[in-house]
Design a protein around this ligand. Structure first.
Ligand code: F6P
Length: 328
């Protein structure tokens, strides 16, 4: 295996679900690499792009005017082929053909699972940046895209509140987050919701019904945020269960969906992406690999991929208490 000092040419790609701020991260990595004298190749379409040799050179001017754009200029995908030994061998062959000796991967748990396998099977040096709206990676307080996603979702929920309170309605609003409730919990507190259902904290419908019972008669509307991975089901399922218990409730359901993934990245996400992009190149040059670069308590840290994806990140449980106090 080659040593850190030999990193001269890196490939960069985005993989998995896109998130706002990925472009800011690409810009930061490309420009930091340029300053350190590294060549950069952009790989289009995640691991599939590496397998199929969709590669183009990236210089500092190629990433002009993208810091403010959502999505990813490198496009993204979830690759089935990369899950096979043959697919990964092809990916390594592309790297060798171009003379790449390291990779920067921007994505979430699936991306880092693949990166870790690349290292274990082929000794490929990969450093990761946490790019996902879900904020579900250990080793970083925030992931790139989370802040924008919750701001987008809260703006939508605020609009729902306007119409809900004009009609005395009960709304169930479903937000993303895969099998975690980081988005749901943050949105619930920030939007002043009455209740939140998240997979990490199985709630009984009884408790929800009791909270709604207390609210009825004194409030002009109620909003329940449902994380998409909630055990009771999505917002439609939960609403049906509640309707059986409170037949008089005038219920509507809204699934925010992919709107949460798009749009102009927030300042917070641009700052995080810029900082982590530079830190990733610093890390690679210091010989770090098979790690994800993150920020914990304000400090840049490099966490082994296995830990970032294997260790369950805890929700801030204090926020449940805050929510229930403020929802009275
Ligand atoms: O991981 C990001 C995410 O948006 C999740 O919150 C959601 O479960 C999933 O991706 C949706 O994936 P897709 O865009 O493939 O439907």
């Amino acid at each position: 295996m080659s040593t850190a000092a030999e990193v001269r040419h890196i490939g960069i790609f985005t993989s998995g679900g896109d998130s706002p701020g990925m472009n800011a991260a690409i810009r930061a990595v490309v420009r930091a690499a340029h300053v350190s004298g590294l060549r950069v190749s952009g790989i289009l379409g995640g691991y599939d792009g590496l397998i199929n040799d969709h590669v183009r050179p990236l210089g500092p001017r190629d990433v002009s005017n993208i810091i403010q754009r959502g999505g990813t200029i490198l496009r993204s995908a979830r690759s089935a082929q990369f899950r096979t030994v043959e697919g990964r061998a092809k990916a390594v062959a592309t790297m060798n053909a171009h003379g790449m000796d390291g990779l920067v991967a921007i994505g979430g748990d699936g991306t880092f699972t693949g990166a870790n396998i690349l290292f274990e099977e082929h000794g490929i040096r990969v450093i990761g940046l946490p790019g996902t709206i879900d904020n579900d990676l250990a080793g970083t307080d925030l992931t790139i895209g989370f802040d924008t996603a919750i701001n987008t979702a809260v703006e939508a929920i605020d609009r729902i509140r306007d119409t809900a309170s004009s009609h005395d309605r009960l709304f169930f609003v479903e937000v993303m987050g895969r099998d975690t409730g980081f988005i749901a919990l943050a949105c619930a507190v920030a939007a002043g919701a009455e209740f939140v259902l998240v997979p990490e904290r199985p709630e009984h419908i009884d408790e929800l019904v009791a909270v709604l019972g207390q609210a009825s008669g004194t409030k002009s509307s109620s909003i329940v945020i449902v994380a998409e991975g909630e055990e009771e089901g999505g917002a439609f399922d939960v609403s049906k269960k509640v309707k059986q218990r409170i037949p008089d409730a005038d219920i509507r359901v809204s699934v925010i969906g992919h709107i949460q993934r798009g749009g102009t990245p927030s300042v917070q996400d641009r700052l995080l992406a810029s900082r982590l992009g530079v830190a990733a190149i610093d890390g690679l040059l210091q010989g770090k690999h098979d790690v994800m670069t993150g920020v914990v308590n304000g400090r840049v840290l490099h966490t082994p991929f296995k830990e970032a994806i294997g260790k369950r990140k805890e929700l801030n449980t204090d926020l449940f208490r805050v929510l229930s106090i403020l929802a009275t």
